[in-house]
Design a protein around this ligand. Structure first.
Ligand code: NAD
Length: 294
């Protein structure tokens, strides 16, 4: 069965639109997101425009703050501080990557975790590790939501995560191994978590043998056709996070054609995890508004 991220994301957008409309009808202000973009990286421009559009569709206000590539780290830190203290802004993101002369970690660390709707600050990550209320980064949140909406239980299951990045591999592993008491508002299944998680990476030996024992495989490596049919046990769930361009086409990290017949559930690329990632940003903005701003 195909896990239709596009459809689920549309369902969630409709739910958010309804919630925001109800707030406004109630005389409250709409949630507001600020997006800071530095320089003119075309990919970043596209991502930011998509995020702005997604906000507009659900009634979340969004403001784009653009700076030239030459901006100093200090000026950007001042902007972060201004946004941290602006009560009309519920959440903000600083689009990555930043130019080489700016230390990403310095910028991320300066963001107030209550407004960190990308969930990338050390404070939010640390809070998630300790099971404290936190904002979870977009892709892991989207994956968890997708599993929840299809009622794919993770309790006691063996989950293999391929990739150990800070934005996908590590946080998704953490979310799925956690006791499920850390349920986010709006999560449809509080039962997600409690999995036995193995995290694999480029130095892992015998990836195939490990994957063959997995009930759920999450691939976030950025390597086309990394996961082949002989690595997947019959009836497994396969979540493909990869985004690669091959011969002008967008493909994931999974050999979809051959893996799909073996898998009980599988995400396509495009139309799987990608749409869930954008909708997670909207959910996180609403969460920041509901939990910290009002
Ligand atoms: P990254 O590029 O920072 O790191 C890749 C990880 O995969 C590393 O930890 C590496 O050790 C591991 N890896 C690479 N090749 C491997 C191999 N052959 N065997 C085992 N492990 C291997 O990771 P990232 O930023 O998480 O991105 C991964 C992929 O996911 C990319 O294609 C990226 O474009 C995509 N992505 C998609 C979304 C989405 O919304 N769908 C969001 C974020 C990232």
């Amino acid at each position: 069965m195909i896990l239709d991220g596009k459809k689920i994301a549309a369902d969630i957008r409709a739910e958010i639109r309804e919630e925001v409309a109800a707030l406004v009808a109630d005389g409250k202000r709409a949630p507001k997101l600020a997006v800071v973009i530095v320089g003119n990286n075309p990919a970043s421009e596209t991502y930011v425009n998509n995020k702005m559009k997604a906000c507009a569709e659900v009634g979340i206000e969004a403001v784009k703050i653009a700076y030239p590539t030459e901006i100093s780290e200090q000026t950007l830190l001042n902007e972060v501080s201004r946004l941290n203290n602006d009560p009309s802004i519920d959440g903000f993101i600083v689009q990555l990557p930043l130019p080489d002369h700016i230390h990403e970690s310095a910028i991320l660390s300066a963001i107030d975790y209550r407004k960190d709707v990308d969930g990338l600050t050390p404070a939010n990550v640390g809070r998630t590790v300790q099971g404290l209320p936190s904002i979870v980064s977009a892709t892991p949140r989207g994956i968890r939501e997708l599993l929840a909406r299809y009622q794919i239980q993770t309790e006691g299951k063996h989950v293999v995560v391929i990739g150990r990045s800070n934005i996908v591999g590590k946080p998704v592993a953490l979310l799925l191994m956690q006791r499920p008491y850390l349920s986010l508002p709006g999560m449809s299944a509080a039962s997600l978590g409690d999995a036995t998680v193995t995290v694999c990476h480029s130095k892992t030996q015998d990836l195939k043998a490990i994957c063959r024992t997995a009930d759920i495989i999450i691939v976030a490596a950025g390597s086309p056709k990394l996961l082949t049919a002989d690595m997947v046990k019959e009836g497994a769930t396969v979540i493909d996070v990869g985004i690669n361009r091959v011969d002008g086409h967008l493909v994931g990290d999974v050999d979809f054609e051959n893996v799909a017949p073996k898998a009980a559930y599988i995400t396509p690329v495009p139309g799987g995890v990608g749409p869930m990632t954008i909708v997670s940003l909207l959910q996180n903005t609403l969460q920041a508004y509901n939990e910290y701003s009002r």
